[in-house]
Design a protein around this ligand. Structure first.
Ligand SMILES: NC(=O)c1ccc[n+]([C@@H]2O[C@H](COP(=O)([O-])OP(=O)(O)OC[C@H]3O[C@@H](n4cnc5c(N)ncnc54)[C@H](OP(=O)(O)O)[C@@H]3O)[C@@H](O)[C@H]2O)c1
Length: 317
């Protein structure tokens, strides 16, 4: 683990939700480094036990500046993402200043989520959109209190350009682990750009981060081609903290306070694939995703007057 060389307390007074903080992964290192900067980190795990274990380790591994609060939910369903939003709201009722959508996974065989989507798409895209949607008002409240936009970072991958934009997210045809992953990361990147355009000037920046290839639990859990790639590639891959460098820049760099709709590597902002920068594909994915979230909201009304699935962003600045 690389220790933060010069933490400067840049996140003091800020609360950030980081999803997928299992020790050994990019989310764990992100939580640790944000904590080192003084942040209160809502530290997400799939279960309460997992989140508690991460908090226990972070308390030991961090420099003592941060506060870690365990939050749990299974992010394979829209309901799970909304449950996590509720827990975050209870923990930080006055607002949050950052959301790191880091949790992700790959699968060696086709599985369907509780909502009927192929699992890779369900976790890497649908849950990310559902969680972000459900937290928009809380992010805007955080921005209002801080006087500058709150920041959302979505974890993408270098290989997003090999993804295809599918319209049936249950993938009824032949299944490929790698293609399902490429598609999910491209879809989420397209969504990221579309959302960033819509939220521009409304108190929330939205950026994508590609961590590069790093050692984590990803390959072993995914198995199949990813398992093999991780096994063979691991001597060449960096520590998970290297993969969190881009997110840390987005969350802490004053120079990136209003930068939105960008694609960032650990060291700089770059151009993603041409496909991902195609505006009509961005809008297609955005509309399909919003239709899904609205349909879920209509089928599962959460409380009278709850309109969180239909956010009307308040103009900010
Ligand atoms: N490692 C790389 O080289 C690389 C490259 C490009 C992009 N990425 C992306 O970076 C992100 C972090 O990956 P990583 O490499 O750090 O892998 P990791 O160690 O496996 O971390 C993934 C995290 O997501 C959580 N997660 C997965 N499915 C979940 C679910 N249904 N509900 C709740 N949590 C769930 C995992 O929890 P469990 O431990 O409970 O499964 C884990 O905490 C992912 O989005 C990945 O796609 C990684």
């Amino acid at each position: 683990m690389s220790k933060n060389p010069s933490p400067s307390g840049r996140m003091q007074g800020q609360t950030v939700l980081v999803t997928g903080t299992t020790k050994g992964g990019i989310g764990y290192e992100t939580a640790r480094l944000l904590g080192d900067e003084g942040a209160t980190v809502l530290t997400h795990g799939r279960t309460q036990q997992a989140a508690g274990a991460s908090v226990g380790s972070l308390t030991v591994d961090g420099n003592g500046a941060g506060t870690f609060i365990p939050v749990a939910a299974d992010l394979s369903s829209i309901a799970g993402a909304q449950q996590l939003a509720d827990v975050a709201r209870a923990a930080a009722p006055h607002g949050i200043h950052g959301l790191v959508n880091n949790a992700g996974a790959g699968f060696n065989e086709r599985r369907l989520s509780p909502d009927g989507f192929e699992m890779t798409m369900a976790i890497n895209h649908v849950a990310v959109a559902a969680l972000t949607d459900a937290l928009l008002d809380l992010l805007q409240a955080g921005a209002g209190a801080l006087g500058r936009p709150s920041r959302v970072a979505n974890m993408t991958a270098l290989i997003e350009g090999r993804g295809k934009v599918e319209t049936d997210w249950s993938y009824p045809g032949r299944y490929s682990q790698t293609q399902a992953y490429f598609n999910a990361k491209l879809t989420n990147l397209l969504y990221t750009y579309a959302l960033a355009r819509r939220l521009d000037g409304h108190g929330v920046t939205v950026n994508a981060v590609s961590p590069g290839s790093v050692n984590s639990g990803f390959g072993a859990k995914a198995g199949g081609t990813f398992g093999l790639m991780m096994k063979l590639g691991s001597p060449l891959y960096g520590h998970a903290s290297k993969g969190s460098a881009g997110v840390i820049r987005i969350m802490t760099d004053p120079g990136l306070a209003t930068v939105t709709g960008g694609y960032h590597t650990p060291s700089k902002q770059k151009k993603s694939s041409k496909k991902s920068r195609t505006e009509h594909l961005q809008d297609q994915v955005y509309l399909q995703t919003q239709r899904i979230l609205r349909a879920h909201h209509d089928d599962h009304p959460r409380s009278v007057g709850d309109d969180r699935a239909h956010p009307t962003p308040q103009r900010f600045q």
